[in-house]
Design a protein around this ligand. Structure first.
Ligand SMILES: [Zn+2]
Length: 224
């Protein structure tokens, strides 16, 4: 029996493993908003179903069967987010909450139709990779905006989809994935970044949930 709760656990375990390399039950409890005791109970159930392996000091590890289900749910979630944003015009700070509901009931037929309609996309509106039908997924981008120094230039590629407030703030500023940004200054727990000819202030806490690639020094700045 594959309930919605099972799918939510497997998806969340995969996401934490993808971000941190290992999955502690305390982190899982925090992310799911449940008590550590209920996580322990559910993890035992998942282990009985051969969907995870659990060693007290090593944390939770998905089995290949668990990983397959997790990637299928994540594929649904991310395709739905893109469909809601592109086809229905839902703002990017609201698609995550909607997709969390629909991801469990999306049929394979609708999944394929959405995929084709969207032109077989590889990333969702937040820049996260969409797993393929075969269950392959691109490696995560590891460099966080908060780790950059003034004078460095990079391309924003991904923003965590778990904080609608941050997404709203970035959306109002037009800071979407694929935007080139330059770090202008850092002080007092805030970063000033510029994109095009506009400047924005982002808190360090928010910048820890924004990921970048193609980091380099701004040569124009250096030779000036
Ligand atoms: Zn999402």
């Amino acid at each position: 029996m594959q309930t919605q709760a099972v799918e939510d656990y497997l998806k969340t375990i995969f996401e934490i493993e993808h971000e941190r390399g290992s999955v502690a039950t305390t982190v899982l409890a925090e992310r799911l908003g449940v008590t550590p005791a209920s996580v322990t109970g559910m993890v035992k159930k998942l282990a009985d179903m051969h969907l995870v392996d659990y060693e007290r000091y090593q944390g939770v590890v998905l089995t290949s069967a668990g990983r397959k289900i997790a990637l299928e749910v994540i594929r649904h979630h991310r395709l739905l987010e893109l469909y809601l944003a592109e086809a229905l015009g839902v703002p990017w700070d609201r698609v995550h909450e909607e997709a969390d509901k629909w991801e469990h009931i999306l049929s394979e037929d609708l999944e394929d139709r959405m995929d084709a309609l969207l032109g077989f996309p590889t990333t969702d509106p937040h820049g996260s990779p969409i797993p393929s039908r075969a269950g392959d997924i691109a490696s995560p981008v590891q460099t966080r905006l908060v780790d950059l120094a003034p004078g460095q230039v990079a391309v924003l590629v991904e923003v965590s989809d778990h904080d609608p407030g941050l997404l709203r703030h970035l959306g109002e500023a037009g800071l979407y994935p694929a935007t080139s940004i330059r770090v202008v200054a850092r002080a007092g727990g805030e970063m000033t970044v510029c994109a095009g000819d506009r400047q924005y202030v982002v808190s360090d806490a928010d910048a820890a949930h924004m990921f970048v690639r193609d980091v380099r020094s701004d040569l124009a700045q250096e030779t000036a």
